[in-house]
Design a protein around this ligand. Structure first.
Ligand SMILES: Cc1cc2nc3c(=O)[nH]c(=O)nc-3n(C[C@H](O)[C@H](O)[C@H](O)COP(=O)(O)O)c2cc1C
Length: 473
């Protein structure tokens, strides 16, 4: 485990909670995203966070309005971090790219460039994509299956690393007198020929400051786990419970060691959505407001909207909890005798409601309504509600138990919620000795405690020379 928690800001301009954009005063206009991106990055940097992180999705449509509004319209991640390279100084800048649809040469070129522009602060989150509509946007008939996507992803990473290594660090001799700018032996072709990726190289950008940008991978399948084991510096993983996370992290680090990697060089991070206020009571009020703003089908005709998610109705809830609920108000309290008849799945859902909303069936001050159960069912996010101390407790528990090396911190809505985190929870973690109070390193790798990789062409040439020496001995 690392000695200090890794903390990144996972940026979603329209808010990470589906109703976040409806919260009073929240940012809700994609035309104004530039200012919010800049403000958030500066606040994250003032708190000395490791990085700001931009996810991606390669399509949009009306359905997303009710499901994941933050995916509807967003600034392209590489554009966002290139912009931030110029307006920030120390914070890491991570962009998501999709290996199924990107071109390795173009991506290696853009990412090497932003690493040089930012003084070594760029990182790359590689995903293979789960959105079928992306195919049509890239001239394909269909979104490939999991195996096909990861076959390409594996080759893609190898090719990009070789492209980044096209120039050795000291390839530029800059001999003014002799008129020699480069050392020709230190510029390497790539000549990568795989089944899915072919690229000649070399890359027309100098080697990135960090050698290789830190690679993040977020996925869920078996093949995704293999990619993490083999190449990821950071694994972005969402596990349902602390116990699952402890087991996962121990296992993936063991697997990394089994393929010859130093397990301390693979960091596991998890997304978390803290809702923070001065008091836990005030934080619950924010959360309750967000829950009340999630569009649900209460029979008033909202479900007539063409893309309204089918699972967001009392009828859908009946199926989940295993009893007929009939037509009743979404905001009615669930009577104890009705809750007692819920199926095992329904009982599990009530436990999740209690964990996430602090509400219990029959409670006088915080009872459970049908809305709470439905929202808990349809919104699968890891929410932590409380004052700065109790939210810091959650971070400390997960970190100290070995469940994770750090967190990608989501923000329910862009307004004052992010600063509640950076000026409340972060100083509390600093007080506990769990987070830095000043940046020590310059590059993202240094922030994360990752060593700088050697140039792969140099490593290969050395191995070849050693083998030749052995043969001639
Ligand atoms: C926490 C987390 C965040 C993710 N963020 C993205 C994202 O921004 N864009 C994306 O295309 N996929 C993202 N993914 C991955 C997809 O959900 C999906 O799993 C993947 O693209 C398909 O690979 P799989 O079949 O291995 O899951 C994320 C996954 C996790 C666990």
């Amino acid at each position: 485990m690392s000695e200090q928690i890794i903390l990144g800001a996972m940026f979603r301009a329209l808010g990470a909670y589906p109703s976040g954009w409806r919260y009073p005063g929240a940012h809700n206009n994609p035309l104004g995203d530039a200012a919010v991106i800049r403000r958030t990055a500066k606040a994250a940097e003032a708190a000395k966070l490791d990085y700001i992180f931009f996810g991606d999705w390669l399509a949009t449509g009306h359905d997303l309005e009710f499901r994941d509004p933050y995916l509807l319209a967003r600034i392209d991640p590489l554009s966002a971090i290139t912009y931030l390279a110029g307006v920030t100084k120390r914070i890491g800048l991570i962009a998501t790219a999709n290996t199924t649809y990107s071109d390795p040469y173009t991506l290696a070129r853009a990412t090497a460039s932003v690493d040089l522009l930012s003084g070594g602060r760029a990182g790359l989150n590689l995903v293979t994509g789960a959105e079928p509509r992306a195919a049509g946007n890239h001239g394909r008939d269909a979104h490939w299956g999991n195996e096909h996507r990861y076959d390409r992803a594996e080759e893609f990473v190898d090719a990009v690393k070789l492209l980044w290594d096209s120039w050795e660090d000291d390839a530029f001799r800059r001999d003014r007198q002799g008129g020699v700018l480069i050392d020709p032996e230190r510029l390497h072709r790539t000549d990568f020929v795989g089944e899915h990726v072919r690229v000649a190289g070399p890359l027309n950008v100098a080697r990135p400051v960090q050698g290789h940008l830190p690679i993040v991978h977020a996925g869920t399948s078996v093949r995704s786990r293999q990619l993490v084991r083999d190449v990821a510096d950071l694994a972005l993983v969402a596990q349902p419970t602390l116990e699952d996370a402890v087991a996962f992290t121990a296992d993936i680090k063991r697997q990394a060691a089994s393929v010859g990697r130093d397990p301390s060089q693979l960091k596991v991070i998890t997304p978390v959505l803290p809702i923070v206020a001065e008091t836990t009571q005030a934080a619950w009020e924010i959360f309750d407001t967000l829950v009340s703003l999630v569009p649900l089908d209460d029979g008033s005709g909202l479900s007539q909207a063409p893309d309204f998610p089918k699972g967001r109705s009392i009828r859908a809830l009946s199926q989940v909890v295993g009893i007929a609920l009939g037509p009743r108000g979404l905001d009615d309290e669930i009577p104890a005798k009705v809750a007692a008849r819920f199926s095992d799945v329904g009982q599990g859902l009530l436990e999740r409601v209690a964990a996430r909303t602090g509400r219990r069936v029959g409670s006088a001050d915080r009872p459970v309504t049908y809305r709470h159960v439905l929202v808990t069912h349809v919104i699968p996010s890891s929410v932590v509600v409380g004052d700065a101390v109790s939210v810091a407790d959650h971070f400390e528990t997960w970190f100290a138990s070995g469940a994770v090396d750090g967190f990608n911190v989501l923000t329910a809505f862009m307004g004052d919620q992010f600063s509640s985190f950076t000026t409340g929870v972060v100083p509390e973690l600093v007080r506990r000795g769990l987070f830095r109070s000043e940046y020590e390193g310059r590059t993202l790798r240094e922030h994360l405690g990752l060593s700088r990789p050697e140039n792969l062409h140099v490593v290969a040439a050395r191995a070849e020379a050693e083998a030749a020496a052995r043969r001639s001995a």
